[in-house]
Every structure is written in structure tokens, then in C-alpha cells.
Ligand binder design. Structure first.
Ligand code: ZN
Ligand code: FE
Length: 256
């Protein structure tokens, strides 16, 4: 089986469009559908025809182009079971633990409540790819709109259990802001300091910071490092539980 081809591009102001293409079957999936024109442009640039949309959650900046793309290409739309009524054009719903195939590639559904109550991630175990949308960002985590921090921490633990070599595509170019915040809660982390300076350079050059890996996040994402002694000491939370440290970091970021 050939590796999937991946095309990443900007939509709206800071959303990522992501297309996956299987050259043997011609199948092409858009991870979410943030904006019609850039997705169509990317498809035309590559000479691909859209066959599928995998929706991660109901926010407008992830589903806005669902109906227009379905009208144009007749593509099939999958999305989170727990938000089914809020996903325009939904054909098939996906719940935690579901497994299906995309052009012969296994896809597993991981529910990650927190940002929204029904948010799901799509994991391709044989391709070592994760599409995390607004759950996990580079050095960050999605805002908690619909579920408390303890639920998001549980969601994070599911993603932390994936292999370190898994490549992660996320929903927004928020990396610079996340990095600048992360160093304030984890100032003794040399890997983080190094990565933060790399990200400053990338953004100065107008480059994207996508993708990341589970391994890189485990080293530099403060929301994954809540058990770290130095981080806890810095926050004055030596005796708190992991979920409490996670919640404190998220609250501090909200108040930046
Ligand atoms: Zn969102
Ligand atoms: Fe979003």
C-alpha cells in the first residue's frame, strides 16, 4: 500500500485545510471543511476529486463548506455521532472506538471531549497519522467550550497513549502563541525553549508549524507534562493531581 499524499494549506485566517489522497484508488478526503474556495483550489492544484469529508466537530470554522463541497463533488461526510444534528450534510456518524477504512487504510475514531462535547479525532494506525483538529495543538490544547478540564485531560491521555512516531495534524496555526505561553509555565524545559525559538523563526519566515508528532508534544506540550516535577514546582502544585495541574495551565492560558 502506498503512503497517503497529504496537502496542507491555509483557510480563513488561521485554520488548516488538510487533504489526504490515495493514488491507487483516487480517493481524497478533506479533514474538516473550513472554507470552500481554498479547498477547491487545492484539489484543482493536485488534480484530485473530493470523495470524503471527515468532520471533527460542529464549529462553523470546521463545517462551513460541507454542503457546498457535497453539492459539487457528491462526497460522503462522516462526523461525530454525538454532534450528528449539528453537522451539515452528515451521511455517517462515528463514535469512540469505531474503525473503518479509507481507500484500504484503517481509520480509528477517538472521542476527545473538551473543546466540544462530541469532538472526535481520526487516527490512521498503519500510516501513523492523527488528525486532532481543535483538541491537540502544537504545544497547546483547544479551548474548553463544552466540557470541563478533567474531561479534556482524559482526552489528552488517550492521545498520549499513541506511539511517539505518530504525525499529528491540528486545526489551527496557533503555535507561536502556544509556545510563548508554554515557556511561562515550563521555563526549565530545554526542549521547549529550543522548539519555541524554532517556531519563532518559522513564523518570521511566514512558514507553517504543522505537523507535529506525539513524541514532540510529550516533550514540549505543557498539557502533556502535568506530571513533571519541575513544572509542578514552578506552578506551586507539587501535591495536586494531574487533572488539577492540567486545569490550572488551561486557566492561565485563558487569562493571558
Ligand atoms: Zn473548534
Ligand atoms: Fe476551530
Amino acid at each position: 500500500m502506498k503512503p497517503l499524499e497529504i496537502e496542507v494549506f491555509l483557510c480563513r485566517s488561521d485554520n488548516f485545510g488538510v487533504l489526504l489522497h490515495d493514488s491507487e484508488t483516487g480517493a481524497t478526503v478533506s479533514i474538516d471543511a473550513p472554507e470552500e474556495a481554498p479547498i477547491i483550489d487545492a484539489l484543482n492544484r493536485r488534480g484530485w476529486t473530493l470523495t470524503d469529508i471527515f468532520t471533527t466537530h460542529h464549529h462553523q470554522d470546521h463545517v462551513e463548506a460541507n454542503l457546498a463541497l457535497k453539492e459539487k463533488y457528491g462526497c460522503e461526510i462522516r462526523g461525530p455521532h454525538d454532534e450528528a444534528i449539528a453537522i451539515p450534510g452528515l451521511d455517517r456518524s462515528a463514535a469512540d472506538g469505531d474503525e473503518f477504512e479509507f481507500a484500504g487504510h484503517r481509520v480509528q475514531v477517538i472521542s476527545t471531549p473538551g473543546h466540544t462535547a462530541g469532538h472526535i479525532c481520526y487516527y490512521f494506525p498503519d500510516d501513523a497519522l492523527l488528525f486532532a483538529a481543535d483538541t491537540l495543538f502544537a504545544m497547546g490544547c483547544g479551548r474548553l467550550f463544552e466540557r470541563p478540564a478533567a474531561d479534556m485531560w482524559h482526552s489528552f491521555q488517550k492521545l498520549m497513549a499513541l506511539p511517539d512516531n505518530v504525525t499529528v495534524y491540528f486545526g489551527h496555526e496557533y503555535t507561536l502563541s502556544n509556545a510563548r505561553f508554554a515557556v511561562t509555565v515550563d521555563p526549565q524545559n530545554a526542549a521547549l525553549a529550543q522548539r519555541a525559538s524554532e517556531v519563532e523563526a518559522l513564523r518570521n519566515d511566514g512558514k507553517f508549524t504543522i505537523p507535529t508528532t506525539i513524541g514532540a508534544e510529550k516533550q514540549t506540550n505543557p498539557y502533556m507534562r502535568v506530571a513533571d516535577e519541575a513544572l509542578r514546582a514552578h506552578l506551586g502544585m507539587k501535591d495536586a493531581n494531574d487533572a488539577e495541574v492540567f486545569a490550572e495551565i488551561r486557566t492561565r492560558k485563558d487569562n493571558v
